[in-house]
Design a protein around this ligand. Structure first.
Ligand code: ADP
Ligand code: GLC
Length: 471
């Protein structure tokens, strides 16, 4: 099949979180299955430095009666063609969605433009496109434009929407809807109008990134007001668990690490821990090290992680390293904690791919106490790196980590999103760490887990086939 991703992030080009890992991991696995995959994304400021193919196109189209133009440039990443929608005013910005504090006020217009430009480009293709595969709200409107444009070249093209995070919807006012040329579209049943909800309504098939999260989206509050819409589309809505790109996330080949290791020899892992402690000037090699790499947002459980740390750190029984960027409301108290507990807590502010691998490898435990988690990739990476994950049993975390003391345990888990349960799970982790034999048992079992993109790609292939045969 000819499959075209419309997405706003792609690992190696632009990444703010797991969306980038997922688009690249899946595109690569689909291509390996023999499909012809192309990726369309905006040309953000950082992408102006990359060498492009000599051939490029210009496009002209209208959005709500106004004429627009853009260029389409091309490059290749791992044998996959990536086409970049270039519009200087809309996309040549350092950050994709916000100025560091506030979302850009023209996000609706920017991403409506992106969707329409992508389809305008595709309608010129010589080979027919079987599937346009959108990812999250940024590309959801392509579902509507595909129907509205009704051009011959895309007459048989089906639209599949993957919801990586249902909390980000990009709401639409009546004025917005007119601005993006969808003034005649009326969602049934007074469903909340957003870029995501229009996409869910109009996509041929929908999926989210774990079965657990799919189940949660069928009711409130997880559905953020869209439960009735997910229920309406239930027959076309499935859960497909993300995979892990073990080519990039495997401690036995990971060149970001000072030493490589695997489940049969963990000596390298001790060296990674010693190196991170040296870099962060944390003094105690023998204390368990708890780490996290995370967007610092409400989703990731910081509202109860911070109070749990306030109880945990004074005991001085462990060291904690948190790496992330995000909201000041959480970063500020974390900075204060670092001042208060300089020999037990370090906050590494910044977004750094290589350091994120080093932190993954260095920890004895990985904290991922998310309030909600569509899939989560860091717990999957942690399993492979022998960094026993401590997760809240929600969404994809529940589907990928079995909590101790179950016989099949690969990590620790807790239920309620509150500081007490998280603190108890962290305390349980301290006891388990002292019980070396059992700790190693859980760690080894985790390292043997396999969450492959190849497996996920087979499920997407089936979804594509269903979309195509439904016509
Ligand atoms: P989400 O997409 O909700 O942020 P995931 O667990 O699916 O959560 O994926 C997060 C991805 O972003 C992982 O690849 C993780 O390593 C990466 N990441 C998060 N914060 C940082 C950071 N500060 N520096 C580098 N990588 C980060
Ligand atoms: C989103 C989700 C995360 C998921 C990622 C990739 O960012 O928050 O749980 O793993 O997308 O699908």
């Amino acid at each position: 099949m000819r499959v075209v991703f419309i997405c706003s992030e792609y690992e190696g080009l632009l990444k703010t979180g797991g969306l980038a890992d997922a688009t690249r991991g899946l595109a690569t696995a689909l291509q390996q299955l023999g499909h012809q995959v192309e990726v369309i994304m905006p040309r953000y400021a950082a992408l102006y430095q990359l060498p492009m193919a000599a051939e490029w196109q210009s496009l002209y189209f209208d959005l709500s009666g106004y004429p627009y133009g853009c260029a389409v440039r091309h490059l290749e990443v791992d044998g996959i063609k990536v086409s970049l929608i270039e519009h200087h005013d809309f996309f040549a910005r350092a950050r994709p969605y916000d100025d560091g504090e506030q979302p850009y006020p023209d996000n609706v217009q920017r991403f409506a433009f992106f969707c329409k430009a992508a389809l305008t480009y595709l309608q010129r293709s010589e080979a027919p496109v079987d599937i346009v595969h959108g990812h999250d709200w940024q590309s959801a409107l392509a579902a509507c434009y595909l129907k509205e444009m009704a051009v011959e070249a895309l007459e048989h093209t089906k639209f599949v929407l993957t919801i990586h995070n249902a909390a980000y919807q990009q709401g639409l006012s009546a004025a917005d809807v007119r601005l993006i040329g969808l003034g005649n579209w009326q969602l049934p049943n007074d469903f909340h109008l957003s870029m995501l909800s229009l996409g869910i309504w109009q996509a041929d098939k929908i999926n989210t990134v774990s079965d657990g999260y799919r189940q949660e989206l069928l009711s409130e509050p997880a559905a953020n007001g869209l439960a009735a819409l997910y229920q309406m589309r239930q027959a076309d809505f499935v859960g497909i668990l993300n995979g892990c790109d073990y080519g990039r996330w495997d401690p036995s080949t990971d060149l970001s690490l000072v030493a490589q290791y695997d489940a049969t020899n963990l000596q390298g892992k001790s060296l990674c821990k010693a190196e991170l402690l040296r870099q962060t000037q944390l003094p105690k090699l023998d204390l368990p090290l708890f780490v996290a790499v995370s967007r610092v947002t409400g989703q990731k459980g910081f509202s109860y992680l911070i109070p749990a740390l306030k109880r945990f750190l004074p005991q001085a029984k462990a060291q904690v390293v948190l790496m992330g960027t995000g909201e000041q409301q959480f970063l500020q108290p974390l900075r204060l904690l670092e001042q208060e507990f300089p020999s037990h807590f370090r906050l590494l502010e910044g977004f750094d791919e290589s350091l994120s691998h080093q932190v993954e490898a260095a920890g004895d435990y990985f904290l991922m106490p998310s309030l909600f988690e569509p899939c989560g990739l860091n717990q999957i990476y942690s399993l492979r790196y022998g960094t026993v994950p401590i997760v809240r049993a929600t969404g994809g975390l529940k589907d990928t980590v079995v909590g101790y003391p179950a016989a099949e345990a690969t990590g620790l888990s807790f239920m309620q999103p509150d500081a007490t349960e998280l603190f108890e799970a962290m305390s349980q982790a301290l006891s388990l760490f002292d019980d070396k034999k059992n700790y190693q048992f859980v760690q080894q079992r985790g390292m043997q887990q396999v969450f492959s993109w190849q497996q996920a790609a087979l499920s997407y292939e089936m979804l594509y086939r269903q979309a195509v045969s439904a016509s």
